[in-house]
Design a protein around this ligand. Structure first.
Ligand code: AHM
Ligand code: MG
Length: 335
């Protein structure tokens, strides 16, 4: 029988190959994997439980209604990371400010974690995929002291590792470091994430473009022209296809595997669009770039943006490198 490598075995193999590594990052990712399994259990039974499904009635710092599962996911991640050994503090899309763990062990931890505990939560009520997104940064403040906001307001170029978990027909964790991108499917029979795609590469081209068409009227002329081009464009004799789940993790996961481009441009009303730089754009940009794709805000690489605030938003254009080049010709007006 073929033996599948678990996430734990995979991270141990990586450590064996790099004896100087301390194992802190691997430990952190295994902790996130544990929280993801707990979130997965609740997401799977969401339709059964009125107590979990639906809104809490609270409004989060983004001015949106918080779903109960968002709160559950946030609590699980905070709890494993707070009780673990490797994380000095957290910034979460669900919380206004950073959470500094501030105890002796945590103050000596090298890393901070930024996360969107349950992205696409408006999909919960209709049983569509949702996801958890995370990124890990090495702190810039001295070890032995509590982490500060400075540790979190770093550009994406400083990301050490990032990943997402998609709770779909199966539950998959995609995990990227500078050494590559790998995906692990949760095997419910043993309760472990098992390696299913190693060294993932985003195809240089695909035939999928993905955006919220409802915002078309608010886009600038360059973006409108690019979308019009997508409507006419053929790739290998096939027309481009428009696909939009409305759950970033699902839209990016599909494009990572099949090749494609995802756009969330700014509009006249919301020039910075909707997506959050630190919790959504940066981790996705890191994953896609480590897989050979590109991500920009239309003017510069997403990962090079120096953040001013924890919850700032950014337009996001991300996907297959060949399709991103095409888009940029339209943005620059040279197409
Ligand atoms: P959320 O963090 O409140 O769930 O919002 C983020 C989600 C993304 O998953 C998705 O890409 C986007 O919002 C969809 O927005 P829209 O409904 O405007 O197309
Ligand atoms: Mg989100």
């Amino acid at each position: 029988m073929r033996k599948l490598m678990t996430l734990e075995e995979f991270t141990i193999q990586e450590l064996r190959a790099f004896p100087k590594a301390t194992g802190q990052l691997s430990g952190l990712v295994r902790d996130i994997g544990l929280a993801a399994k707990r979130i997965n259990v609740e997401v799977n039974k969401a339709g059964l439980m009125d107590a979990i499904l639906g809104a809490t009635g609270y409004i989060n710092v983004q001015g949106e209604e918080v779903q109960k599962l968002d709160v559950f996911a946030d609590n699980q991640l905070v709890s494993v990371l707070r009780n673990g050994l490797f994380c000095a503090g957290i910034a979460s899309e669900e919380n206004d400010d950073i959470l500094v763990f501030d105890d002796e062990v945590s103050n000596n931890a090298k890393y901070v974690v930024l996360m969107d505990p349950l992205d696409g939560s408006s999909n919960i009520d209709v049983n569509m995929p949702v996801g958890t997104i995370f990124s890990v940064y090495r702190r810039v403040t001295p070890l032995g002291t509590p982490c500060t906001k400075e540790d979190f307001l770093q550009p994406g170029t400083r990301i050490v590792a990032a990943g997402y978990i998609i709770y779909g027909p199966s539950t998959i964790m995609v995990y990227a470091t500078r050494r590559g991108v790998n995906a692990f499917t949760l095997d419910p029979s043993i309760g472990e994430f098992c390696l299913c795609y190693s060294n993932m590469k985003c195809p240089e081209r695909g035939d999928i473009y993905s955006l919220n068409y409802g915002n078309y009227g608010g886009y600038n002329d360059q973006i409108k022209k690019y979308i019009d081009f997508c409507e006419r464009k053929k790739q290998n004799g096939k027309c481009y296809t428009q696909r939009y789940v409305g759950s970033l993790v699902a839209d990016i996961h599909r494009n990572l595997i099949k090749g494609g481009i995802f756009l969330y441009p700014g509009t006249a009303e919301k020039p910075k669009g909707k997506l959050r730089l630190l919790y959504e754009c940066n981790p996705m940009a890191f994953i896609i770039e480590m897989a050979g794709g590109h991500a920009t805000n239309g003017k510069q690489s997403i990962l090079s943006i120096i953040p001013d605030t924890l919850h700032e938003r950014s337009p996001l254009f991300i996907g297959s490198s060949g399709m991103m080049q095409e888009l940029h010709q339209y943005i620059k007006g040279t197409a």
